[in-house]
Write a protein that binds this ligand. Structure first.
Ligand code: THU
Length: 143
C-alpha cells in the first residue's frame, strides 16, 4: 500500500523511517526537508514528507501527510500511537524542529496519548505526549 510500511514497531524504527522519509520531501522553497513516520494502534507504519508549492500557502507538512496516508488506509478507526519527525537542510544537515501548531492539532485529533518524537538542538531525540504539546487546543463544543 502506498505510503505505508508494515512491521516497524518501535520508536527507534520510527525515527529511522522519519529520517528516510525526509529524503522524499519536495521543499524547493524553504529548503527544509521534513519526514514523518507514524505507527497506528494496529501496528502499521505510515510515512509522510512535506510537499511545497509555488503558491506557498498550499504546501503541506510531513506529519499531516503521514496522517492522511493512515486515514486513507484505516479510515475512521485510525488511532495514532506514536510519530517521529525529522528535518534536514538541503545539504543533509540535521535541523531540530518540533511539529507546527496545525500539526499538533491534527496529532491530538487521532491520539492525544501518542508519543511524539523529534530532535533537540543538540541532536538528541526527545519524546513528548501529543497531549502536552498542545494545551488549550480547540475542541468542537457540544451542541
Ligand atoms: N513543516 C513540516 O513539514 N512540519 C512541521 O511541523 C513544520 C513545518 C514544513 C512545511 C514547509 O514545507 C517547511 O517545513 C517550512 O515551513
Amino acid at each position: 500500500m502506498p505510503g505505508s510500511v508494515t512491521g516497524a514497531t518501535d520508536l527507534e524504527e520510527l525515527r529511522a523511517l522519519a529520517t528516510q522519509a525526509a529524503q522524499r520531501a519536495y521543499a524547493p522553497y524553504s529548503k527544509l526537508n521534513v519526514g514523518a513516520a507514524l505507527r497506528s494502534a494496529g501496528g502499521t507504519v505510515y510515512l509522510g514528507c512535506n510537499v511545497e508549492n509555488a503558491a506557498y500557502p498550499i504546501g503541506g507538512c510531513a506529519e499531516r501527510a503521514a496522517i492522511a496516508a493512515a486515514v486513507h488506509a484505516e479510515g475512521a478507526d485510525f488511532h495514532l500511537e506514536a510519530i517521529a519527525v525529522a528535518a534536514f537542510d538541503a545539504t543533509g544537515r540535521l535541523l531540530a524542529i518540533s511539529p507546527c501548531g496545525a500539526c499538533r492539532q491534527a496529532l491530538v485529533e487521532f491520539g492525544a496519548q501518542a508519543r511524539v518524537s523529534f530532535h533537540q538542538p543538540d541532536g538528541s531525540w526527545s519524546d513528548v505526549l501529543a497531549d502536552d504539546l498542545l494545551p488549550w487546543r480547540f475542541v468542537l463544543p457540544p451542541r
